[in-house]
Structures are given as C-alpha cells and as structure tokens.
Design a protein around this ligand. Sequence first.
Ligand code: NI
Length: 245
Amino acid sequence: MQVTYRKVTLEVDDNLLIKELQSQIEQQFDIPATGQSFLANGKRIAFNPEARISDPVGGKRPTKIMVLGNPQKKSDEVASSANAYIHQEHRRERAQATLASRIRAPTVTTTPTEYTFHEIQALPYGDSQGAVDYLQRIKDDLGVRVLMEKYKLKVNVLSELDPALNTGSKERRLGLNHNRGEKIELRIRTDDYMGFCNFNEVKMVLCHELAHNTESNHDEAFWKVCRLYEKEVNIGWGQGRRLDS
Ligand code: NI
C-alpha cells in the first residue's frame, strides 16, 4: 500500500502495524509519534498501535495512507533554504534503508532533470560492464545529483578516461572536461586495468572537472568554484543530519 508524506511516496507492506508505521515516520521525517496523523479514505485513522495499516477505516480497506504532521524543525526554515532539497533527498535515502525489509517496491518520486550526465561511455575492453556500473554510481550519487542540480551543471557524456593514453613520464591525467560539459572523462580504472580507483577520490576529480564547466583556466576563480564543489559534494552522504541541528 502507498504511504505518502508531502512529495515522498513509499510502497509499504499491508501488514505493517500502526505502531511500526509511526516509528518509521518518526525516524524518517523527524515527526514525533505524538504529532503524526494518518488519513485514509478521507478519514483520520484512530490510533490503535496494534492495528494493521490495512485494517478497514469507515468500513473500507484503505489503499493509500496520507501522513500529516510537521518535522521537529520548523518546516518553513527547512523549505526556504537551498538545503531543503538535500534534506529531502537524504530522507529518501534513509527511507529506503530503514524500510528496506518492509518495502516491496520503493517508489521514490524524483523529477527528471537536465542537470545530470546524459550518456555514459566505458572503454570497450576489460571490465566494461564494471566501468559502466561505476560511472552510473557516480551519476546516481546523491551528493553529485544535488550538486549538479544546485549549480545547474549539465554534461552530455560521462566517459572513462583511458589510463594508457593519459599516463606520461611527467603527467598523469585524472580527468578532462571537453567544451564546458560536452564530455567529462574520468580516470576510474587502475593503471593495470584490473580494478577501479577509489570512489571518493574520483568524486573529487569530478568536482575539478565540473568546475571547468564555467571556469576555463586554473585561476583563482576556478579554485574557488572547485573547492566549493568539493565541499558540497559530500553533504548528501551521512552529513545530512547536521542540517537539522
Ligand atoms: Ni583542470
């Protein structure tokens, strides 16, 4: 059955108990159990903690439950800041983790965006599928998504940089940005093509390359943007709680 709170929709098990739903909502959205109300079939569900969420309300089995309530933090404060998006995305990630065992098909609504990578290209040899998965993981990374949306960074192609072609005696290239976002190449494979580079280090290289979407030279303006992206790209992961306090 669907449980919705504002714009987030979750598909949860019909057998979930009211008290379980309450505690999940509390964890997920910071709404204390005492401040929650559930609506089904246009009626407020009476709180019987041991009842199932699918038990009839007004003689009818609910197909959808709406959650009402406000997070402990004033919602206008949260919504007004640019962090609202991160905040919300972070909750969705947690929702997936905490409800994982009870969720059949998590339907998390995400709006399609142009501020992302539109195509992924891997090298045609070695573990190509592994490389595609790696690049996809970068594209889907919460911090990367939030960063690209916030700063309106559009990249047509995210591609793998070939280590053999980019390792010289003096230079070891880690990334490249062609024509301000037409294509970004990242060195993701180890030099022996047997494995992949550290994900967080690659993300830092990506920040450098994304900064080249607007800044051509390695001047002061460039490094300012680069450092900003490096800082913000990690906000999505694990540090979201800080926004609450
Ligand atoms: Ni550069």
